[in-house]
Structure formats: structure tokens, C-alpha cells
Design a protein around this ligand. Structure first.
Ligand code: BDR
Ligand code: CA
Length: 325
């Protein structure tokens, strides 16, 4: 029996992506095998530089494979979210004196994320869970390229979509599904076990209390100080939340793996609107037999014990610096 679940994290950092990475790295239940980057919150080069920078700060003693993937969605122009995450994707922390991101940070990162996903999932003795925190472009491309290797995945855990909560980029669509609806639909139609963490849950999970950042900032461990400064900036700039609220979208997806008992799940056959009209990117349950055919029902988080999840995330981030592999 493995002592921890092997995971691969596909991400577009992103303030909340950074917190999700920190949470996964601080969690002994998970073993982060690889990180792959995708264009989304920021362009691919920035997302990749951010992922390299985050691994350097948050996992300085670990060798974690990093690869970059798609710079564009499968069939559309990229839409980014600098107005939410800042022009560097990380609320401006990368130009802070103590936490400066070097211009060479991502120079050596190979551009074979899709192959890395297929290899990690397809060759692991223990089934790997893919945690997808950005547009699903890389994951969908991996499914297209080698479905039989990808069938070895334990699950694909997705932050994305909205069941009844409305959208956050349009009235209908959540950002990750809006950016690459074709990829999201392909993943939901793949027949693999998919766990979806939509806005219905993530809108309930917010850091709005300044004691969180001050606790982190007071830690001697540089990782804690970094996360405290990141949260302080995100809340102060009001990039990621409204009225000083930082929403924990991507950490919630990691949370479904760590504390499933705190989430209420429903089973739904899901589709994503791939048109160009208003509903672009909207996620819908389907009862239609044809639309549902071949789609395994996804497990969708519809409710959450919000206070408990937020406090467990915070405690993990605070304790994270003490964890060693
Ligand atoms: C999702 O969109 C991004 O801005 C966040 O990082 C998260 O993955 C929330 O809709
Ligand atoms: Ca993200």
C-alpha cells in the first residue's frame, strides 16, 4: 500500500493555484510527482515561470518534475485573467525584494507536458490522480493522444464549472471551462472517473480574516512568510476576491482529496456548452440518453462544510513548513 496518493498537478498559476500547490506539498496524504503548466490565468510563459518559482520557494528540497504544455486552448484564442490575479499572475509578489522572480526561472522547463501526463499516469505502479487547476487543454490533449494510458488514472480532479451558482466570467460560465470549453467537454466525456469542484462550493470558501496572513507572516519558515505575503497582497489588492475576500477555488479541489467527508457529492452526467454564444463554457447536467452516452457520471461537489475546510486549509499552510518528505 502506498503511504501517499501519487498526484500530478496541471496548473496556470494564479494566486489560488499557488495556494493549492502549497496545500498539496504540505499534505503527507499526497505525493506530488509532477507539475505541468497550461495557459489560462496568464500566458504560458508566465504560468511556467510562476510554477518554477513556486516549486523553488515551496519545495526547495524536492525534485519535482515540471513541464509546460499548451499556450492556447484546443480551438480558441486564449482569454487570461490578469485583472483577477495581477499582471504577474501572483498579485505582484514576484517583484517584491525578498521574493523576486528571476528572468531565467523557466528557461530549462521542457515543453512536453502532454507526454509527461501520459507517462506519469500510464507507467505508475500506483494509479496517479491528475489534479487539474486550469483550463483542461493539456489533460484533454493527453486523453486524445493516448486514452488507454490515461485510463490508468485513479481519477481526474477538476476545479471548474458551475452547477447552480452562476458564472464568474460570464453569468453562465466559470473561468476554466469558459477558456477551453472543448477541452472541458472532452474530459467530461472521456469515461474516466472525474471529480468536479465547481463554483457552487468554491464560492463558499474564502479567506477574509487578516489573522491568517499575520500568522503565516510571523512564521520563521520562509514558505510561511511567502504565503502570508501572497495572501496579504491578494486581499489588499482585491485581485482574487471581492471586498478583501480571497476565494480558495483551486485549494478546494485538493481539499476534496484530503477531506472527502467535508464535501457533499452528487453524481451527474455533464456537458459543457461549446458554442460561441452567451452560454459558452456553461456546464450542464444532462438527462438526455444520447448526450450522456459514453460519459461516465462525474462526481460533483455541490456543498461543503465551509468553515471546517477553510480552517483545515489554513492549518496545513501554517504547518506546511514543517513537513519534510
Ligand atoms: C478558476 O479560475 C482561475 O482564475 C482560478 O485559478 C481558478 O482555477 C476559478 O474560476
Ligand atoms: Ca487555476
Amino acid at each position: 500500500m502506498p503511504t501517499s496518493i501519487p498526484v500530478l498537478i496541471d496548473t496556470d498559476p494564479g494566486v489560488d493555484d499557488a495556494l493549492a500547490l502549497a496545500l498539496a506539498l504540505a499534505s503527507p496524504e499526497l505525493s506530488v510527482r509532477a507539475v505541468t503548466t497550461v495557459a489560462g490565468n496568464v500566458d504560458l510563459a508566465t504560468a511556467t515561470a510562476n510554477a518554477a518559482y513556486l516549486l523553488r520557494i515551496l519545495a526547495p528540497d524536492r525534485e519535482i518534475r515540471l513541464a509546460q504544455g499548451f499556450a492556447q486552448p484546443l480551438a480558441r484564442e486564449l482569454v487570461t485573467a490578469e485583472e483577477v490575479h495581477g499582471s504577474d499572475g501572483l498579485a505582484g509578489i514576484t517583484s517584491h525584494d525578498r521574493w523576486r522572480r528571476s528572468s531565467t526561472e523557466s528557461l530549462d522547463v521542457p515543453a512536453d507536458a502532454v507526454d509527461v501526463i501520459i507517462e506519469e499516469v500510464g507507467t505508475s505502479a500506483e494509479p496517479v490522480t491528475v489534479i487539474a487547476l486550469g483550463p483542461l487543454t493539456n489533460v484533454a490533449a493527453a486523453l486524445r493522444r493516448d486514452l488507454s494510458a490515461m485510463r490508468r488514472a485513479a481519477a481526474i480532479v477538476v476545479m471548474g464549472g458551475s452547477l447552480h451558482a452562476g458564472g464568474n466570467v460570464t453569468p453562465h460560465a466559470e473561468f476554466n471551462f469558459y477558456v477551453d470549453p472543448e477541452a472541458a467537454d472532452l474530459v467530461l466525456a472521456s469515461g474516466l472517473p472525474v471529480i468536479v469542484t465547481p463554483l457552487d462550493v468554491t464560492h463558499q470558501l474564502a479567506v477574509s480574516d487578516e489573522t491568517v496572513e499575520s500568522r503565516l507572516l510571523s512564521l520563521a519558515d520562509p514558505r510561511g512568510a511567502f504565503l502570508g505575503e501572497l495572501i496579504r497582497r491578494a486581499r489588499a489588492e482585491q485581485f482574487t476576491g471581492r471586498g478583501g475576500k480571497l476565494l480558495l477555488h483551486d485549494p478546494a479541489a485538493v481539499g476534496t482529496m484530503l477531506w472527502p467527508e467535508l464535501f457533499t457529492m452528487e453524481s451527474h452526467h455533464l456537458t459543457v456548452d461549446c458554442g460561441d454564444g452567451d452560454p459558452r463554457g456553461a456546464m450542464r447536467p444532462t438527462t438526455d440518453d444520447d448526450a450522456g452516452k459514453g460519459r461516465t457520471a462525474a462526481q460533483v461537489a455541490v456543498d461543503v462544510a465551509a468553515d471546517a475546510v477553510v480552517s483545515r486549509i489554513v492549518e496545513r499552510l501554517v504547518a506546511g513548513g514543517d513537513k519534510s518528505d
